[in-house]
Design a protein around this ligand. Structure first.
Ligand code: SAM
Length: 287
């Protein structure tokens, strides 16, 4: 059965009496071109793929064809019956029911992908937790090579922006620190059932072996980055002082050491400047 065919999707849902939950970001793909393109970009025959949110299994099937094996994590146990039917011929797929934010993904990867040369995450992400999922995947330093995911178009632009531009947020800092980023292609809202009121994009993050900037204390670097973006309309001096409880004079001195204006806003700093700032503030913290 073709799972990207709208009539088939509707029939499957009707047969199992399942109504889609907006709160779980359940917009299912009904465009037959998108999943093969995502699977092609994400994996090859040596790759173990972790999928988040298989839904009724439309992307899972394509990943199963292209990769060595797939572990798909689905929060909604109501999809069990449908998935056991739609994936019954996919012998290299395992579905784990649970919340991807709460499961031990490191253990899941170790237990399942020991014989895979590459490990990739691929998903049409539930939009309500796009950034938390991406932050979690990056910050937990999972042994993955790449992340290929569909996200809202605006989120894609933010994730793949350059740090130091208006589009950037703290998630942009994390992406730029851990990965090489690329927007692969756009997907129209009409490609989903139900159609959301935004368009989407597929992005790919290739995880870097070494970050492009070095920092003395990574945890502190991210605390400083979060503080810089905490109150975007305020100057860096005010938002960092409010968030981290550092005296304004310390922060002004740090900016002066970096030849930056006292009135600069956090979002205007490049990745390298954020790294410098965090190292200088760390020194001052430790005095
Ligand atoms: N992969 C399918 C497709 O492309 O049509 C479904 C994608 S749909 C946008 C997002 C899926 O993620 C849904 O199946 C939803 O139930 C699941 N989901 C939502 N929150 C989740 C979470 N915290 N952990 C795992 N799966 C989740």
């Amino acid at each position: 059965m073709e799972l990207s065919n709208i009539n088939n999707v509707q029939n499957l849902l009707k047969k199992s009496g399942l109504s889609l939950k907006k709160s779980l970001g359940q917009n299912f793909l009904i465009d037959g071109t998108v999943c093969p393109a995502m699977a092609n970009a994400a994996c090859d025959a040596d790759t173990g793929v972790l999928e988040i949110g298989p839904g009724i299994g439309v992307l899972t099937r394509e990943l199963s064809k292209k990769s060595k094996k797939v572990v798909a994590i689905e929060i909604d146990e109501r999809l069990k019956q449908i998935l056991s039917e739609t994936l019954n011929e996919c012998n290299n797929v395992k579905v784990i029911y649970g919340d991807c934010m709460k499961l031990d993904l490191n253990k899941i990867i170790k237990d399942n992908f020991g014989d895979c040369r590459k490990i990739a995450v691929c998903a049409n992400l539930p939009y309500y937790i796009t950034s938390p999922i991406i932050m979690m995947l990056l910050e937990s330093r999972l042994p993955i090579d790449s992340i290929t995911v569909m996200v809202q178009k605006e989120a894609a632009e933010r994730l793949c922006a350059d740090v130091g531009t208006r589009e950037a947020g703290v998630v942009t800092v994390a992406v730029s620190y851990y990965a090489q980023k690329e927007i692969l292609f756009g997907v129209d809202r009409s490609s989903f059932l139900p159609a959301p009121n935004v368009d989407s994009s597929v992005i790919q993050l290739k995880i870097l072996k070494n970050p492009p900037v070095s920092v003395k204390d990574e945890e502190w670097f991210f605390k400083v980055a979060k503080a810089c973006f905490a109150q975007r309309r305020k100057t860096l001096v005010n938002t960092v002082s409010n968030s981290l409880g550092i005296s304004k004079d310390y922060i002004k001195a740090a900016l002066s050491e970096m030849n930056l204006s006292e009135t600069i806003r956090g979002e205007q700093l490049t990745l390298k400047e954020l790294a410098n700032l965090s190292d200088i503030l760390l020194k001052k913290q430790n005095v």
